[in-house]
Design a binder for this molecule. Structure first.
Ligand code: SF4
Length: 279
């Protein structure tokens, strides 16, 4: 796809997700997290473009966390952000030493690393007057996380496009929720973004995530709509056809029953009355 077509496509889907979930409001001050990877670079670029075109006035600052990984080099990243004329902050916090100290070498560091990073990002956002935090997760992250949660945790949940944090003082948004990873790979190459790889830390990618991604990829070869159907499933629940008693009152369905041929076994009040009549 040409660069122009790719830019249009990414802006279209980013704008669509922002609108659908009302991600950005007037006077928002957003901390936009740039890891240095392809996804967050595309998010930074898209938000800059959309800000220039939007009637909604909002501000954002690009935030990069240098986690002290061996070989970390952010010179090219800073130069590119300056060339884009964007406000940015690169903060150094050595979470790498904590992670390598606590996690055995053959295990993946990602879970602890992400928790530490989230704590630092939230604290920085709070202390510097931001009301929202933007993360660069894309469509394929959302659907892979959903299937991983079903397969390995027995729960239907994923990464929401918009989330109020536990302390209720920050809203996390994911403007790339509708954007396909393959477009982000192509876009990063054509835009020549200065990528900082996430695996400087030496951590292996989570094997479960790898295998679920491979499964979706394989299924998509037989039907290319499968990934977007999985994403659609996230916004199209039918509680009456699931099994969660908190969302559907299975116990008392008889009360709703109006079909003349099938009468409810017994209404609670009627049952009490019948009992009284009998005794
Ligand atoms: S790959 Fe390394 S830097 Fe990236 S999340 Fe995992 S542990 Fe952290």
């Amino acid at each position: 796809m040409s660069l122009i077509a790719l830019q249009k496509k990414i802006l279209h889907y980013t704008g669509k997700a922002i609108n659908h979930f009302n991600m950005i409001a007037q006077n928002d001050n957003i901390l936009v997290c740039l890891s240095g990877g392809k996804d967050s670079w595309a998010m930074v670029w898209a938000l800059k473009e959309l800000k220039a075109r939007s009637k909604v006035r909002f501000n954002f600052t690009v935030f990069t966390l240098d986690q002290g990984q061996p070989g970390w080099d952010d010179q090219a990243l800073k130069q590119r952000l300056e060339a884009m004329n964007l406000n940015y902050e690169v903060l150094h916090r050595d979470t790498y030493s904590i992670v390598t100290d606590k996690i055995p070498e053959n295990k993946t560091y990602c879970s602890l690393c992400s928790r530490l990073r989230r704590g630092i990002v939230y604290r920085y956002a709070r202390e510097n007057g931001f009301n929202k935090v933007a993360l660069g997760h894309h469509r394929d992250d959302l659907i892979t996380t959903l299937l991983m949660s079903i397969f390995y945790n027995g729960a239907i949940k994923s990464m929401p496009p918009k989330l109020l944090n536990e302390d209720k003082d920050l809203i996390v948004i994911r403007p790339l929720a509708y954007v396909q990873e393959k477009d982000l790979i192509d876009f990063a190459m054509q835009m020549n973004f200065p990528i900082i790889p996430c695996n400087l830390c030496g951590s292996q990618e989570n094997l479960q995530r790898q295998s679920v991604k491979a499964l979706i990829h394989k299924m998509a070869q037989t039907n290319q709509k499968i990934p977007s159907n999985i994403l659609h499933a996230l916004s199209s629940l039918t509680p009456s056809h699931l099994m969660d008693k908190n969302y559907w009152d299975f116990k008392n369905l008889e009360r709703e029953q109006v079909n003349g041929n099938i009468t409810p076994f017994c209404d609670e009040q009627e049952f009490i009355q019948q009992e009284e009549d009998i005794w």
